[in-house]
Design a protein around this ligand. Structure first.
Ligand code: ADP
Ligand code: ADP
Length: 225
């Protein structure tokens, strides 16, 4: 079982906005929902966990190892599906994943190829492996995003508003898929959709104005919602 321990994480941006105000959370394997309105601080927390920006103070421990002292350890264990993946280069889905796999440190060419093909199969994009990602539909892009996030068998996967821009059918299919991968690792799902957290997550926290208001099982406090 994996454990992620976040202790009193605080972050103020140069413009004076305090995005995180002493955030503490304890997570183990399963899907964890991070729920909160726009501006609550969810993306800031995700980016800090992903090592993309530093907090001002506080501590992040993954499996007992301090992220500040061993940034390489957490980077190996982590998969990140950002809210906006940005612009896709004009290469095939297969070539792009192979390239990202190199960046992820998968140095053995044969193992890299096997993992990329197996991930493309897992996210139902194997038949489209020779197509360029920018030609994919929204649902396909999100599934591609999950494939890149799963490179290197991470033990912690962070997904930020993954179903934004998807139609209801795509959303359901994507959520089924998330539920499948979320059994043996920690998956953090950041969203403003109460529905998704209710349906998918075993644990959740509600954030607002940079503060964690409540944490528990969705059934503990979402009945009325
Ligand atoms: P959420 O993901 O819950 O919408 P964010 O973490 O994106 O919340 O934002 C939290 C607060 O920090 C918001 O008030 C937002 O405007 C502000 N913020 C986010 N990123 C930056 C930044 N790079 N510079 C300044 N303020 C920011
Ligand atoms: P999802 O399975 O995530 O709901 P979509 O609804 O976006 O995916 O697409 C449904 C199916 O339509 C895809 O799995 C694929 O078979 C096909 N498809 C959609 N867009 C494209 C495209 N740009 N090129 C080839 N096939 C596509």
């Amino acid at each position: 079982n994996n454990t992620l321990e976040i202790t009193e994480l605080t972050k103020t941006y140069p413009n004076g906005i305090q995005a995180l105000n002493s955030v503490s959370l304890r997570l183990s394997n399963g899907m964890f929902g991070l729920l909160g309105p726009n501006g609550a601080g969810k993306s800031t927390l995700m980016k800090t966990l992903a090592g993309l920006q530093a907090a001002d103070s506080g501590r992040i421990m993954f499996n007992g190892i301090d992220l500040a002292e061993h940034p390489d350890y957490i980077k190996k264990q982590l998969g990140f599906l950002p809210q906006d993946f940005g612009v896709y280069p004009k290469v095939s889905a297969y070539d792009l994943l192979m390239h990202l796999a190199v960046l992820k440190g998968l140095t053995n060419a044969q193992a890299r190829k096997e993992q990329v093909l197996s991930l493309l199969d897992k996210v139902n994009l194997y038949a489209f492996r020779h197509k360029e990602v920018h030609t994919f539909s929204g649902g396909m892009r999100q599934r591609f995003g999950i494939a890149q996030a799963l490179l290197g068998n991470p033990q912690l996967v962070i997904v930020d508003e993954p179903t934004a821009g998807l139609d209801p059918e795509e959303r359901n299919r994507f959520n089924d898929f998330l539920a499948e991968i979320g059994e043996d690792i920690i998956v953090i799902l950041s969203t403003h959709l109460v529905e998704d957290v209710k349906n998918l997550c075993t644990q959740m926290a509600i954030m607002n104005h940079g503060t964690v208001l409540a944490m528990g099982a969705p059934t503990d406090f979402l009945q009325a919602m």
